[in-house]
Design a protein around this ligand. Sequence first.
Ligand code: MSP
Length: 501
Amino acid sequence: MPRIYLTTPIYYVNDVPHVGHAYTTLNADAVARWHRLLGDDVYFLTGTDEHGLKIQRSAEENGLSPIEQADRTSVRFRETWELLDISNDDFIRTTEHRHHVAVQELLTRAYDNGYIEKNVYEGAYCVSCEAYYTDDELVEGNCPIHKRPVEQMSEDNYFFRLSAFADRLEAWLTDTPDAITPDGYRNEALGLIRQGLDDVSISRTSITWGVPVPWDEGHVFYVWYDALINYATAVGFGADPERFETWWPATHHVLGKDILRFHCVYWPAMLLAAGIEPLPRFHVHGFLLVGGEKMSKTGINKIAPAELVADFGVDGFRYALLRDNSFGPDSEFSYEALLGRYNSDLANNYGNLVQRVCTVVVKQCGGVGPPPRPDSPLAVVATAAYRETAEAWDRFQPAVALDATWRLIRETNEFLARNEPWKMEPGPEVDAIMGDALEALRIVCILASPAVPTASATAWARIGMDGAVGEQRLPEAAEWGQYPGGSAIGAGDPLFPRLKA
Ligand code: MSP
């Protein structure tokens, strides 16, 4: 059975989730759901990143201990993912015992292999990024991401010999065209490697909120080198070698472009240093921008997912965010754009199709769904829509996949508008048209379910289909002609009521 291990970044617990975090998690969730439809064995991980100075300081500001701060905020992420119907199989917290064990094991292997050594570090540090910057990376003396002042730090550190891996990393990226998608981000990672890689500091003595360095008490691992290892922890690294070997070769990391350097350069090198292969695959997306600026916890432009769910519903928010913001480039987030998407694609198209089909079958076909015609004009449309949808999910392009699925919805609506079955007398002609429309709708419910799981389940039941829509198996389930005919069709409230501006 094909297998896929999908991860999101683990989110910092200094503040509650915003729509930018939801964007990453939703894209990963939709892909995970697609792979379950394919019958793949899926393991989908998300979680929270709880160590480091950033968390320690925000705890102090809130009058809490770091673990209290982490407990309170981690649960907010969990609740948000439940609200958004995220289908994760696991939720990892870096403060868990299983993670400490894995971090110490992986970094001890790298140390034993001679890739970690002690030295003094001095440099400019951004607490929001939890990262050191060289002087020429700073913008007017400020952090290039947060545009805020950096701090000068100096400490005795363990260093990871990143420079030792430049050639192997370059060979990996040139030999593996799909190591990082979309391709522009592979070029970006190659650029970073070709610019030259300096060794990096991976431990701190100035803080205590972290995983202790097992061979030198008084040092804790610097938050990024603890955090990245969560991906290995969750599939059993350091605890269950058989489980780890089962999942690791199928690893796909989803992340925003802000953390490309850590994921696509440092993490593969750490894995090689610990003797772990094959290297994972990476899927990188751009920023959701508000007024041209990245939506961020420190900015005033952050929006809570719950605010949008209140207006659009869970499925409405899921669909509009995925469809309107392509995976890869930066994308301007706008409420008006989401509203436009919701009304055009959900209220006027998907919702309208379900409503029309059910109403006409109730009125003109005695409430019993007729079977489709094998030679329906919609059969070729459905076949092409499936092919394009599957191909786009495979390339990690949810917006393109949904566009292909929605073509089948639009064409089915047009087919009905052309034939006007609502004007016909009951009889074989109207049955033939409605059988075709029901079959197209059956396929749509399956293909749309990764983005709109609840509405698709409702539509599935309304057209009289048995079982769960999410348990259908592709590609067989997308083949034309399987609508059984003879099922009772239920009418109901609109799935996506039209919203006013
Ligand atoms: N804790 C680290 C990740 C460690 S992974 C081993 C971290 N956390 S974060 O909470 O600051 O952000 C994580 C991710 O949230 C980003 O990589 C990105 O995927 C997502 N986003 C945060 N703001 C975003 C936007 N404005 N737009 C799109 N994605 C955004 O970095």
